[in-house]
Design a protein around this ligand. Structure first.
Ligand SMILES: [Zn+2]
Ligand SMILES: [Zn+2]
Length: 277
């Protein structure tokens, strides 16, 4: 089981270490048995991240409006100092200092790396760096959610550059190929399962036939052993019907060309000539 430290899990989920420990105690993050210091399964971290994203998205159906509000908190005008208060006291924090003002849903929905890039957007632009590229790289390193090609992310990060468009195209193509491969694998395994079922059915039918044949053979053997007079009589009658006289007879009643009743049952034919061919 792939696992993460609690601090790594907290970083990926954009929650505090304390909140990550609470999630582990509540069982939402699955502790690797016997781990000390505690480690949690990667699968449970990914599941919780997806759940938090979905919950936040439900609470904010207008993702673009939500993003614009966040952008205003991070990069909005600093307002007009009243003149009565010291300037630094009156001004709300902006940029990276404003990250702590954002609601938890912002981190759940957009991920810490996108929001940090959004908070540094003006500085990045002055340095000639694309905020979307920066967020994508940072998200890949931290394995958090990266920027998407939607108005909400444009509100936070500004217009994407050609490199972003190329990356999204590549990602979409990779996803499409992965889905196609998955479908192909599913089809192949379904066909293999059908083949297996048919083979099993055929084997079962064959086994039933073999059992029936051996039962018939045993029954014929028992019949001729227990009541040879009946078997002999049947053989004599058959011989008479066929117009044979005694020649090549056996004690059981088989004639040269015709089996007795017991052997007929045993071999599945009354024609003894076939045995000489
Ligand atoms: Zn870019
Ligand atoms: Zn016989």
């Amino acid at each position: 089981m792939e696992s993460l430290s609690v601090a790594e899990a907290a970083r990926r989920l954009s929650i505090s270490d304390v909140a990550a420990y609470e999630a582990m105690r509540a069982g939402r993050l699955v502790r690797e048995s016997g781990s000390n210091p505690a480690r949690v399964s990667l699968a449970s971290v990914q599941r919780m991240a997806a759940q938090r994203r979905a919950e936040a998205a439900r609470r904010h159906p207008d993702a673009e409006g939500f993003a614009q509000g966040l952008d205003n908190l991070l990069n909005g005008p600093t307002g007009n100092a009243s003149g009565y208060l010291p300037v630094d006291y009156a001004r709300p924090p902006r940029g990276r200092n404003a990250l702590r003002l954002l609601p938890a849903d912002a981190f759940a929905l957009f991920g810490r790396d996108v929001l940090e890039a959004a908070a540094s957007r003006n500085q990045l632009r002055r340095d000639g760096v694309c905020a979307t590229c920066w967020a994508a790289t940072s998200a890949r390193v931290h394995e958090t959610h990266g920027p998407e090609d939607t108005p909400a992310y444009r509100a936070l990060l500004g217009e994407p550059c050609p490199a972003d468009r190329a990356r999204w195209t590549t990602e979409a193509e990779a996803t499409r190929r992965a889905m196609a491969a998955l479908r192909q694998t599913e089809t192949a395994s379904r066909q293999a399962a059908e083949r297996d079922r048919a083979r099993q059915e055929f084997s079962a039918a064959e086994a039933a036939v073999r059992a029936a044949v051996s039962r018939r053979t045993a029954a014929a053997r028992a019949y001729s052993a227990l009541d040879p007079s009946v078997a002999r009589q049947a053989g004599v009658q058959a011989r008479r019907r066929a117009g044979f006289t005694a020649s090549g007879d056996l004690p059981c009643g088989c004639s040269r060309d015709t089996y007795c009743a017991g052997h007929t049952a045993l071999f599945g034919t009354s024609d003894r000539r076939a045995a000489r061919r």
